[in-house]
Ligand binder design. Structure first.
Ligand SMILES: [Zn+2]
Length: 65
């Protein structure tokens, strides 16, 4: 079951703070496309997370018909 294993790895790939390596849930930061300043809730360090435009489909998902 190689395929299944691969999917699990992708899903469980944690987002982590680059300073303390604590797993961070980005949902609480209301990420937008581009650069987002993230303040780690654990170690209080700030870092920039870059989000690809496709990640936030809700903002500009309306297509011209
Ligand atoms: Zn941290």
């Amino acid at each position: 079951m190689r395929k299944k294993l691969k999917e699990q790895i992708v899903q469980e790939f944690p987002h982590r703070c680059p300073y303390c390596e604590k797993t961070i849930t980005y949902e609480q930061f209301n990420l937008k496309a581009g650069e987002n300043e993230i303040k780690c809730p654990s170690c209080k360090n700030k870092y920039v997370k870059v989000v690809a435009p496709s990640f936030t489909e809700g903002d500009h998902g309306s297509r011209s018909e």
